[in-house]
Ligand binder design. Sequence first.
Ligand code: AMP
Ligand code: GLY
Length: 428
Amino acid sequence: MNILLLGSGGREHAIAVKIAQSVLCDRLFIAPGNAGTAQVGENVKLDASDFESVGRFVIEHRVEMLVVGPEAPLVAGIADYFAETASLKHVMVVGPSKQGAMLEGSKDYAKAFMMRHNIPTARYQTFTRETLKEGEAFLDTLQAPYVLKADGLAAGKGVLIESDLATAKAHLGEMLGGKFGEASANVVIEEYLSGIELSVFVLTDGSHYLLLPSAKDYKRIGEGDTGLNTGGMGSVSPVPFADKEFMKKVEDRIVKPTVRGLREEKIDYCGFIFVGLMNVAGDPYVIEYNVRMGDPETESVFPRIKSDVVELFVNAARGTLDRCTLSIDPRTAACVMMVAGGYPEGYEKGKVIDLGVDAPDVQVFHCGTKKGENDELLTNGGRVICTTALAATLPEALLKSYDRAATIRWDGKYNRRDIGQDLLKLMI
Ligand code: AMP
Ligand code: GLY
């Protein structure tokens, strides 16, 4: 079949590589893609928010499966558009309905869903401009640090964690006053959870699910998790402390009730659920849901999937995921992200990239790259390229990934040198 994948990051390159390996895939289109996806499929210029153009392309190119990488088109309802359009409803869509995507699109909706289904998460309340005073009073009842979250999508910037009560109250006022536009018209205030974060990924057809490998990402720009937040500076899969016992808790207390909740509430959901978790003294709590794969978690999770992903997607779309089993590479994957100098603040694009020397068991995924006029490889974003190595142990995987990353060069390249180090310390 012909398949269209929406997105342009490292996540999409990693997904594209797996789709292209499937015997079920004839032509793979990626819109808009990057220089890496162009090596495994055909990039097409399409705006994912323009559903009509996407639909026209799908019909013209006899696409039978649409795989949606990022959240924005899902939150905007692309799955519903396909389901409700006569000429498109035969297309299998990997990505939830607009209502399912609310799990990411609205923090208040996600929290209320968790409450309804007894899923462990931080205690919370939601406030509006009209209930600012009540919000301040709620902050008084909490211990520092204070966690304030814009309800809607805010490009990953909508969460503020503040240790001073007066400043937290001031932030609440600013957020409700429009600091993040419409996204912070409602603000969720929640209890701070202290522990180690990890991500768990699920593929579901809305009734059944497969648990994909766990991963940990590194969000801050600076080593030792300091400095500004980024899209993610590296990832590791699996997470060593997510052992059988912990993962059983995650499955019983979080994954099963989440999928059961979707089914009970008749929410159409074929796609990924990315559960951001905090391990609080051995017990998992949900920090957030995302309705897509993570980036750069995908770059360490997908290389470990040995099953045919298109076969999984077909069964997810048909509601027969219970017929599938997952085959996972037991090795550890370590992904090191290389970014443009200055990122996540201002940075330049268009630097010529030297891709360095290939190494066994190391894959290079493109994030923000494009081909120049003379076919040279150019930087085209903040997160530019990453290396993922597979090895028997985490230290070996890190070493291989870093060795490969060191051979990649461009003017201003930066990467953290401490990916995975916190996990190594925990293992000793
Ligand atoms: P989110 O956008 O919901 O992932 O939040 C961004 C980051 O804020 C998370 O990755 C956590 O590191 C942190 N965070 C969010 N909620 C909490 C919480 N209740 N307790 C502690 N940290 C949190
Ligand atoms: N790496 C975090 C995310 O994809 O949201």
